[in-house]
Write a protein that binds this ligand. Structure first.
Ligand code: 1CP
Length: 352
């Protein structure tokens, strides 16, 4: 595709276990609601209009990079574009988050889903990725992403965010075969979607299993892990068959700190951890050949700059310079002071 040469490859080197000049840092949801320029942009444009218009998606992806010395960009989109591609309506309600007016009520609704051609229907994400690679001029790598099967299933059944994912969890128990059908359907679509993102220019892929937090360890191992492994293995097979080099992959299973050893065996180069996990314990669980990403509590960003600095210093010291990508333990929240982002990024960079 003839993209501009990469100038700062610390993120990719960290993911591959190579030496870095400085610890790379980026922030989940780094584009978005805590930035006044994003809020201004949102006044003019509906959320999914931004996702579907490559120029707009690139503008919003660029916003945090103009303010902070970040080591990665992540393409602006949402995990819920896959359910949309299946024909489900998803509305983004300001202050409330995503809403599905017609969620899946029972397995009888499954035949209404239209999984064929998901990657083609989401070609606008690929166009945004390709455009962004050029606009970045090689400044930092570009991350592509997807929701993981269980997390997407949860939203499709609950009809939006949920404190408990209780309806979706009932499906796992009451309709095990239909749940497997849905999770497998999503797995196949995700592989197609990620393949398309790599071809479009994504340089690292993050898989968000954000709703793992609602499952027990046993449930996570049964309903998430096999599909997460499939995604990685099938994507690699697919790329290899076309002689396309694979890109590093990150698995972020929020609330699954109970299964880091199991996660480390799935073939992902990077494992993201939330703030409930102690960095030293995480390293013990995943061993030396995995890169860890995380894990400041997003709530800590509301503390004073001095406190944020001290917490970040402690975090980076515990993770160490090698095989580490600094991040929050989940997405940045809307009222976070901008100053905290500056302190986070600067403190990480000064650490070693
Ligand atoms: O900057 C970036 O990180 C890229 C953009 C991005 C990403 C990676 C957005 C934009 N969403 C996501 C992923 C995403 N979306 C996840 C996985 C990460 C996570 O766990 O936070 C999830 C669960 C969603 C679903 C979603 N979309 C929620 C959560 C709802 C809930 O309570 O469960 C919300 C609030 C959204 C809306 C959204 N997505 C992104 C932004 C900037 C926003 C705010 C919407 C707005 O502008 O009105």
């Amino acid at each position: 595709m003839n993209f501009p040469a990469l100038k700062n490859d610390n993120l990719l080197r960290a993911a591959r276990g190579e030496d870095v000049d400085r610890v790379p840092v980026w922030v989940m949801r780094q584009a978005g609601r805590y930035l006044p320029e994003f809020m201004e942009f949102r006044k003019e444009h509906e959320f999914f209009e931004i996702c579907r218009t490559p120029e707009f998606a690139c503008e919003v992806t660029m916003q945090p990079l103009r303010r902070f010395d970040l080591d990665a960009s992540i393409i602006f989109s949402d995990i819920l574009v896959i359910p949309q591609a299946y024909g489900m309506t998803v509305e983004m309600c300001p202050g409330k988050g995503p809403v599905f007016p017609e969620p899946l009520k029972s397995p009888a609704d499954l035949p209404n889903l239209q999984p064929n051609g998901t990657a083609e229907k989401l070609s606008y994400v690929g166009e945004a990725i390709t455009m962004m690679r050029h606009k970045l001029e090689g400044k930092v790598p570009l991350i592509g992403f997807t929701g993981a099967p269980w997390t997407l299933m949860g939203y499709m059944i609950e009809g939006g965010g949920s404190k408990t994912m209780s309806k979706a969890k009932s499906w796992l128990k009451d309709y095990p075969e239909d749940s497997n059908t849905l999770l497998s359907m999503l797995t196949n679509s995700i592989v197609d979607y990620l393949e398309m993102q790599v071809k479009a220019g994504a340089q690292l892929l993050q898989v968000f299993e954000s709703s793992a937090e609602h499952l027990s360890k046993e449930e996570f191992l049964e309903h998430c892990v096999p599909y997460l492994k499939d995604i990685r293995d099938k994507l690699h097979e697919r790329l290899e068959a076309q002689s396309i080099a694979p890109v590093p992959m990150t698995l972020f299973a929020k609330g699954a700190g109970h299964s880091l050893a199991e996660q480390s065996k799935l073939g992902y180069e990077v494992i993201g951890v939330d703030w409930t996990v102690d960095p030293l314990e995480a390293r013990k669980q995943v061993g030396p050949n995995i890169t860890l990403q995380g894990n400041l509590d997003p709530q800590d960003m509301y503390k004073t700059p001095e406190e944020v600095k001290a917490l970040v210093e402690e975090m980076v010291k515990k993770f160490g310079k090698h095989r580490y990508i600094a991040n929050l333990g989940h997405g940045i929240t809307p009222l976070t002071p901008i100053e905290s982002m500056k302190v986070l990024v600067e403190t990480v960079h000064k650490a070693f």
